[in-house]
Design a protein around this ligand. Structure first.
Ligand SMILES: [Zn+2]
Length: 453
């Protein structure tokens, strides 16, 4: 751990209960926790590392609530297709992934997330090809190397094409095998302790790739073991058509019948919701991971983030997999969340500080960790981002939060996770970026060759 670190001279956005901001503020970190936040220079304990952050904005670290890390090595494919067309193109490529591919992809995606202000990320890994090796271990190793707080979701698919699902049979698993692997992942890695760097969630993939039995049994297992539940829902109209034809109801009605609503559940996307679905999600305390760039990239639509927030649903942000969001930047999602909300709902649909709130406190709520992350308050974990906003691109924007949310992505001076530096001067400390780029290119080519071009 890091001893004492003092950040001073910055504009600090705390996201505390009063939404306090300190124009010329200080923040003191001891080991992995925040000790004090306030105006002026603050205390200077002996031996402390002092960071002069004049010209910088300090925010809570961003929380990424939906991602498929392995997709970092399958970017730029089916670039003009629908979700179902894109999936059908990509499933055979994904069928070739192994431990090395997942480790390279996860290292790249997580290092880039860190570079864009993310301190905690989920992953939703649902492709486990036969003979692919220990894929969850491969991504957990990557998260440790990069240094991010990590909530990998053990995903799954058990509804192959021969049984009426969308994915080819070679990428789906047997239901009992999924449940055994899920229990094993919990035993090996889930750490419920305060300050945890790693928590598992369970995450069957979607209504069109998973059986109802697996959804129900995954929920039972998660609740027995005190884990959270995650899945894709209401992403496209194709999915809605699939559910109406197969189950005679909407995607939300379907998963609700399987026990998949509640404060321990969060859905990715939730784009296609009518008013009663918005109310049902909010009333049940179910969370939503809003992924504006991916939804736009696949032409899925614009989620009703304002309506969900007004109804009281927790809403966080996610980059989604890099195969449908090649940028993979969490800060960019904050900007897109704001722009798309206003494009849909008018100029007052989302304020700049509310967009940042979704990426911080909103994300923390989805992961059940608002007591530890999402705001800068004494006693909370020292997960924070120090953005430089006095340069060419931002210096004349008077409101620092507007500079961050509306302006170009600023340089990231420092990213702390539990008080430990993960990014300094725009460089992710845990990886060799050039080597990673070479490795990712090689893996991408090998996967395409394996899938037949
Ligand atoms: Zn997704």
């Amino acid at each position: 751990m890091s001893g004492t670190v003092i950040i001073e001279g910055a504009h600090i956005v705390t996201m505390d209960g009063q939404r306090s901001e300190h124009t010329d503020g200080h923040l003191v970190v001891f080991d992995d926790r925040i000790v004090t936040v306030g105006d002026g220079p603050g205390p200077r304990p002996e031996g402390a590392r002092v960071i002069d952050a004049r010209g910088c904005l300090v925010t809570p670290g961003l929380v990424n609530t939906h991602q498929h890390l392995y997709q970092w090595v399958t970017r730029g494919l089916a670039v003009d297709d629908t979700l179902f067309g894109w999936l059908t193109r990509l499933y055979p490529v994904w069928a070739g992934i192994d431990e090395h591919a997942v480790n390279v992809a996860a290292s790249g995606a997580l290092a880039w997330l860190a570079r864009t202000g993310c301190t905690t990320s989920t992953d939703h890994h649902y492709v486990f090809p036969h003979g692919g090796g220990d894929l969850l271990a491969a991504e957990i190793e990557a998260a440790r190397a990069v240094g991010l707080r990590f909530h990998p979701c053990r995903g799954s698919m058990d509804l192959g094409r021969s049984a009426g699902g969308l994915p080819p049979d070679e990428v789906v698993e047997d239901r009992d095998a999924v449940l055994a692997a899920s229990a094993d992942a919990i035993d090996r890695w889930h750490d419920p302790a305060p300050g945890s760097m790693l928590r598992i969630a369970l995450a069957p993939c979607s209504p069109f790739s998973v059986t109802g039995e697996l959804m129900r049994e995954s929920a039972e297992l998660a609740r027995e073991r005190g884990l959270r539940l995650h899945t894709h829902l209401a992403e496209t109209l194709d999915e809605e058509d699939f559910c109406r034809e197969r189950f005679g109801c909407t995607p939300l009605e379907y998963v609700e019948s399987l026990g998949w609503t509640g404060p321990d559940v969060w859905f990715a996307h939730a784009v296609h919701l009518d008013d009663s679905a918005v109310k049902k999600i909010a009333d049940s305390g179910t969370g939503v991971a809003h992924c504006p760039s991916s939804n736009a990239r696949l032409g899925a639509g614009i989620a009703r983030s304002r309506d969900l927030r007004d109804a009281g649903a927790p809403v966080g942000l996610g980059v989604d997999g890099a195969a449908s969001n090649e940028a993979g930047s969490l800060l960019e999602e904050v900007r897109h969340a704001l722009l798309f909300a206003r494009a849909r709902g008018g100029p007052r649909a989302l304020a700049v500080r509310d967009a940042l709130e979704m990426a911080t406190l909103g994300g923390a709520a989805l992961l059940g960790r608002t007591d530890e992350i999402g705001s800068l308050e004494p006693g909370k974990l020292a997960d924070l981002a120090v953005w430089r906003i006095d340069g060419f691109a931002h210096a004349d924007i008077a409101d620092p939060v507007a500079a961050l949310v509306l302006g170009a992505p600023p340089p990231l001076e420092l990213l702390l996770v539990g008080g430990t530096p993960v990014v300094e001067h725009d460089r992710a400390l845990g990886v060799d970026a050039e080597a990673l780029a070479r490795d990712a290119t090689a893996v991408h080519r090998a996967l395409l060759a394996k899938a037949g071009g």
